[in-house]
Ligand binder design. Structure first.
Ligand code: GTR
Length: 390
């Protein structure tokens, strides 16, 4: 499916490094009260929570946690899916609140070759509906489930339209109208991206109940708008071992203050239903933001984070994505003492850099999520899990 990447030709958008304005980034190591953040305690008790609240209030809106009931219904199952290589489960996640309910379909392939519980990759799928067809008639590189299973990982996905449609006309359908209508009235209320993050968290609620899944080794993956939602998921929900952003760009991994490619104003104009209303305050006013996207990466610490870009995806600002990763993971290094650091220059395409706590690569080519990207994510997970479980 072609993805909407218009406006890239528009002259009003900057693609020249020399024209990036000077800016200074909010400091991860100074609290809102101006106190220094030096220890794990300072970080976990004070600063991380402050940062998550700032993103809630100014960027993505809240992600409500209250619900009356959550149930998991096994809709269908095939222990010999993918030519006998996988155990397929189709699970409906039913959430109830105030007498209303929402149904979210999770597709899960668990490798049969494993003896113990399987580590899992969850894709927040905003694209091809084929990906949630359990028969796998149409296989896309966007979600190469067979290849994921082959490498010993469970492959899970859901479609964002089950929680909030990806259109301005109908995004309120599903959980915003049914479960959390009061959010629609709030300047810091949940919108599309927050709802998708909510969906990923409900998938995690399921993983922890399935004995065939090792929920302590779970990765959340999203591409582009899905990558924005994935970072927002990992920043709030500490149950994810790895948070992966593929070409998430503006409002994802890219630093807003660089104003390179897509800008805050452009994204709020084209997609008024993705971010919370307060985010509009920063249209053409990026320097007033109390956060920038490096702090979203920071909020994931000490858990692992992966940022991937594509060389021809300048709209998403690969350099700005890398800088967020480099600045945000200072928390991993300087607070948690983790080893290794990213270089100060942008790595060349197709030279992945996998540190013990964070990964990066730039794929050659256009805006997309491809088997190359997935193989690198799994390389990173192999390395991380080997280290922490040996
Ligand atoms: C674009 C949008 C980006 C990105 C992309 C996608 O149109 O400007 O922020 O989200 O869509 O999701 O593929």
């Amino acid at each position: 499916l072609a993805c909407f990447t218009g406006f890239a030709q528009d002259e009003a958008f900057n693609y020249e490094e020399a024209k990036v304005p000077p800016f200074s980034l909010p400091d991860p190591f100074v609290s809102l009260k101006g106190e220094p953040i030096e220890t794990i305690q300072d970080w976990e008790i004070q600063r991380r929570g402050e940062i998550v609240s700032l993103f809630e209030n100014e960027v993505y809106g809240q992600v409500p946690r209250d619900l009356d009931a959550i149930r998991f219904e096994l809709i269908s199952e095939d222990t010999q899916a993918m030519n006998g290589n996988a155990h397929l489960k189709e699970i409906d996640i039913l959430v109830e609140r105030d007498g209303d309910s929402n149904r979210l379909r999770l597709i899960l392939f668990i490798p049969n070759a494993l003896t113990g519980p399987a580590p899992v990759f969850l894709l927040i799928n905003h694209r091809d509906p084929e990906n949630i067809d359990p028969t796998r008639q149409v296989k896309t590189g966007f979600w190469p489930a067979e290849k994921i299973v082959q490498r010993g990982y469970a492959a899970a996905t859901f479609h964002v339209n089950d929680v909030s449609d990806d259109t301005n006309e109908t995004f309120k359908e599903d959980i915003l109208n049914t479960l959390y209508p009061e959010q629609l009235e709030m300047g810091n209320g949940m919108r599309g991206l927050g709802a998708w993050a909510w969906g990923a968290m409900r998938a995690m609620d399921y993983f922890v109940t399935d004995a065939q899944i090792d929920a302590r080794r779970a990765a959340v993956v999203g591409h582009s708008r899905g990558g924005k939602a994935s970072l927002w998921t990992g920043a709030q929900d500490t149950r994810w071992a790895i948070t992966i952003s593929n070409e998430s760009g503006c409002g994802g991994a890219a630093l807003s203050r660089r104003r390179f490619g897509e800008t805050v104003k452009r994204i709020n104009t084209n997609f008024p239903y993705w971010f919370t209303d307060n985010f509009n305050r920063y249209n053409d006013q990026e320097d007033l933001l109390p956060v920038d996207q490096h702090l979203l990466v920071a909020a994931i610490a000490p858990r692992a984070v992966y940022v991937a870009s594509a060389s021809e995806d300048q709209w998403a600002d690969p350099k700005g994505e890398f800088l967020s990763l480099r600045h945000g993971t200072r928390v991993h290094r300087e607070i948690y003492g983790m080893e290794g650091a990213f270089p100060s220059v942008l790595p060349a395409p197709e030279s992945p850099l996998h540190l013990p706590y964070a990964g990066h690569h730039i794929r050659e080519g256009k805006h997309n999520l491809t088997p190359y990207d997935w193989q690198r994510f799994m390389d990173f997970a192999d390395q991380l899990y080997r280290k922490s479980y040996e």
